[in-house]
Design a protein around this ligand. Structure first.
Ligand code: IFM
Length: 465
């Protein structure tokens, strides 16, 4: 087997990411309140194998070991999320001192290891108390999110390098409130669209709080998709147009142009302009950002499909987005996702040319799930992941060479972890986690990635001749 060469990256590339619910565990410890994902997973028939995040990787107790892994990996930055219900168990109101202390310890230990903390405020763990009052369907959750952002910024703002308000709002809005495959498991049309809007309003309000507290860098992370129609038929092209709104423009247009998407009326079948929109919202949502995070894993092929009667609410969210059969003819990861690095370059270049006001980009997630296991030699030989990372980093380097301003890259993920509806079956980590013993075993990709960072540093820190 040949090991791929290290791609050459721009000077300030940094590396590695996780999210609270996927790794922390300690779901009812030290005053943490329940989130929608606790409720969802404790309902029979949800995540694969009945999995929950109750223990996950037990990072809440084992964070010093995990930070030691990060330090040995050599990363400059670590992207993690704060659990909103650990800080404000009821979503707003009383703050949990032990929750505050946990992230103090985590941040201080990172800084002691010379690793800059990059914090995501919302990686999908809405406090259940807010869901009980309407969740993201109502504006109150956006206001509570701003309150939470202010608490976090006041406490950690002196030490956090980079703040990400929301991670992939597409998932809570459309997978959570329209398809029901994610928490809270709702199947609604109006609820999903109100959610999409309130997430953006929450983002805008949080940006305001973070700026007021003097935060260093503020941005948002989007999982924008490179979409292709399966054929040139008018039906498939119409589905592609709707998919562009659903996956991308619902976020990018308000954020980067201050407008709602041009084709939203036909996409949402008359539901677009709901009472959740208020004067002034677009100005709030479109406030300038220091960066935009992009999460990319695979392209999506779109085909027209018949309306699914079992999910009547929001047709566009469920009848498009076909990845099977794989028209690219490339390898699939264990998620069933086709590996097409060139689609990453296309996505970044397209975004760059479409939005002249686009702030600098960070790749805030990218990685692959593979069928990993610890072999008798005590190692995890994940050659496919190494290829995936090398090819996708090269795809980012191609976009940079074409003029796209990409500042850095966080690989997903440091650890194998709870992969939402797919439970613990899908392994994305550079480090293998044995979920019975919680033993961490760095995979071959971890060692490759460390080599990449070392080579990158040696190349970029070389004194100018
Ligand atoms: O694990 C998730 C993460 O929480 C959000 N982005 C996609 C990853 C892989 O599915």
């Amino acid at each position: 087997m040949s090991i791929p060469a290290f791609p050459e990256l721009p000077a300030h590339f940094r590396f590695a990411a996780t999210a609270a619910y996927q790794i922390e565990g300690a779901h009812d410890e030290d005053g943490r309140g329940p989130s929608v994902w606790d409720t969802y997973n404790h309902t029979p028939g949800r995540a694969v194998g009945g999995a929950t995040g109750d223990t996950a990787c037990d990072h809440y107790h084992r964070y010093p070991e995990d930070i030691a892994l990060l330090r040995d990996l050599g990363v400059d930055d670590y992207r993690f999320s704060i659990s909103w219900p650990r800080l404000l168990p009821r979503g707003s109101g009383p703050v949990n001192p032990k929750g505050l202390d946990f992230y103090d310890r985590l941040i201080d230990e990172l800084l002691a290891a010379d690793i800059a903390p990059a914090v995501t405020l919302y990686h999908w763990d809405l406090p259940q108390a807010l869901e009980d009052r309407g969740g993201w369907r109502v504006r109150e959750s956006a206001e509570a999110f701003a309150e939470y952002a202010a608490v976090a910024a006041e406490r950690y703002g002196d030490r956090v390098e980079r703040w990400i308000t929301l991670n992939e709002p597409f998932c809570p809005a459309f997978v959570g409130y329209a398809e029901g495959r994610h928490a809270p498991g709702a199947r609604e049309g109006r609820g999903a669209l109100a959610t999409a809007h309130h997430l953006l309003v929450g983002h805008g309000l949080a940006v305001r709080e973070l700026r007021a507290a003097g935060a260093r860098e503020v941005g948002i992370t989007l999982n924008l998709d490179r979409l292709h129609a399966v054929s040139d038929s008018p039906e498939d092209l119409a589905a592609l147009r709707r998919a562009e709104v659903l996956h991308n423009e619902v976020w990018t247009e308000p954020l980067f142009t201050g407008r709602y998407p041009e084709h939203e009326a036909e996409t949402w079948e008359g539901l677009a302009d709901g009472p959740w929109r208020r004067p002034g919202d677009l100005e709030l949502i479109g406030a300038p950002l220091d960066f935009v995070g992009i999460n990319f894993y695979r392209p999506i092929t779109v085909a027209a499909a018949p309306r699914r009667e079992d999910v009547p609410a929001l047709r566009t969210a469920v009848d498009i987005g076909v990845t099977e059969p794989n028209p690219y003819g490339t390898r699939l990861t264990t998620m069933g996702w086709p590996v097409v690095p060139s689609a990453f370059t296309e996505l970044l270049c397209d975004l760059h040319s479409r939005y002249p006001q686009l702030p600098p980009l960070w790749i805030t997630e990218n990685g692959s799930a593979e069928a990993d296991s610890v072999t008798p030699d005590g190692r995890v030989h994940d050659a496919e992941r190494i290829d995936y990372l090398a090819d996708h980093l090269a795809a980012v380097a191609d976009a940079v060479a074409a003029g796209v301003d990409v500042r850095g890259y966080y690989g997903w993920s440091l650890l194998d972890n709870f992969e939402w509806a797919r439970g613990y079956e899908q392994r994305f980590g550079l480090v293998h986690v044995d979920y019975d013993t919680l033993t961490r075993t760095p995979k071959d990709s971890y060692h490759w990635y460390r080599g990449l960072i070392t080579a990158h540093r040696a190349r970029t820190e070389e004194p100018a001749r």
